[in-house]
Design a protein around this ligand. Structure first.
Ligand code: ADP
Ligand code: MG
Length: 339
């Protein structure tokens, strides 16, 4: 008799959860990305105890059909890609079909959802990957997901979480960045009944900047815009006098996806040249649009690392865009001096 056997689906999901669902912020990221993929105009995120007690995400998106509800929790089940050709031109934030099964394998999850076409909605309740209840529900249009008792069955994961304040800061950070990437969506983030963020969803990036950083800071940021045959950059960057001690206030979004890239972060700093003191960094949000075929998002399970063809060309374009904006800003005080 051989010794090899296939792992159970629940165990396989828990292993995947180890990669995709590292902390409460990762749950929030995956759920909000699903809401964005569903074309939501409004996304409300409600947390209790830094997300460890409850993470609830409510959207007004397309909803999940009754027949799809249980399937959404199966590994590698997705509505977003079908064939191999789709993998190399992914237009949605999700596509791996891993988030919901991973989350459900390490938490208590209730989903209520209704599509526009359906007259009634449905709900499903899972705990530790097992379906407990599935029934009809009087839901409103969209999806409401409630995640409780995160990591209740993976005590080691729980033990290695950071302090509640740090976990909450990580959630705020990712929600801020997703809101910056989607000014057309109204976001709200609430923690223990206190509002932490509220954007109006009017499509104006400056509104999101002032919701996150305050009006005074937002006023010290100037627009950036530039394009070449492959890339289109738009966003805001801070004037050189407005800096921070870390790079965390620079958000780069590629086709609406928040990504981490050392090369591109360096390009932002390069745009400022000697205007920045050593160890100081600007605030910036750059939304970069490019052909979906120029970016490979299937590099890492969390998809925050991506591979961009022509990355060096993009870095040069970012640098030039920022240089141009800062240079035009310099003209204004000079013009006033001449008055
Ligand atoms: P992926 O996003 O990679 O497809 P997920 O596990 O995150 O995988 O979600 C599985 C499927 O469940 C999605 O493909 C989508 O069809 C559906 N889904 C999840 N969340 C939502 C939502 N908020 N609104 C509509 N559909 C959703
Ligand atoms: Mg997803």
């Amino acid at each position: 008799m051989g010794k090899i056997h296939e792992l159970s689906a629940v165990l396989a999901d828990q292993i995947a959860a180890g990669e995709v669902i590292e902390n409460p912020a990762a749950v929030v990221k995956e759920l909000v990305e699903n809401s964005l993929d569903a074309g939501s105009h409004r996304i409300d995120i409600i947390l209790e105890e830094s997300g460890l007690a409850t993470i609830q995400v409510i959207d007004d998106g397309s909803g999940i059909a009754v027949d799809d509800l249980a399937l959404a929790f199966k590994r590698h089940a997705t509505s977003k890609i079908t064939g191999k050709k789709d993998l190399f031109r992914v237009q949605t934030l999700g596509f791996r079909g891993e988030a919901l099964p991973s989350i459900a394998s390490v938490a208590d999850v209730i989903v209520e959802s209704k599509t526009t076409a359906a007259s009634a909605g449905a709900m499903i309740h899972l705990r530790g990957g097992e379906i407990l209840v599935q029934e009809a529900a009087a839901s409103r249009q969209g999806t409401q997901i409630t995640v409780r008792d995160l990591f209740f069955n993976t005590p080691v994961r729980l033990k290695y979480l950071k302090s509640p304040n740090t976990e909450l800061a990580n959630i705020t950070d990712i929600v801020n960045r997703l809101a910056l990437g989607h000014p057309e969506v109204a976001f709200s983030l609430t923690h223990n009944g206190r509002s932490l963020l509220q954007t109006v969803g009017n499509g104006k990036l400056q509104q999101v900047l002032s919701a996150i950083y305050g009006v005074t800071t937002a006023r010290q940021m100037i627009p950036v815009g530039r394009q070449d045959q492959d890339f289109q950059i738009s966003g805001f960057v801070s004037l050189p006098k407005l800096t921070r001690a870390s790079r965390n206030y620079i958000s780069l979004l590629i086709n609406g996806r928040y990504v981490k890239s050392h090369t591109l972060l360096r390009a932002v700093a390069a745009g400022y040249g000697s205007k920045l003191m050593v160890g100081r960094y600007p605030l910036a949000v750059l939304n970069i649009e490019l052909d979906f075929q120029l970016v490979d998002v299937n590099v890492h399970p969390t998809k925050q690392e991506v591979r961009i063809s022509k990355e060096e060309q993009l870095a040069q374009l970012i640098k030039a865009a920022i240089q141009a904006s800062l240079a035009s800003e310099n003209l204004i005080p000079k013009a006033l001096d001449n008055l």
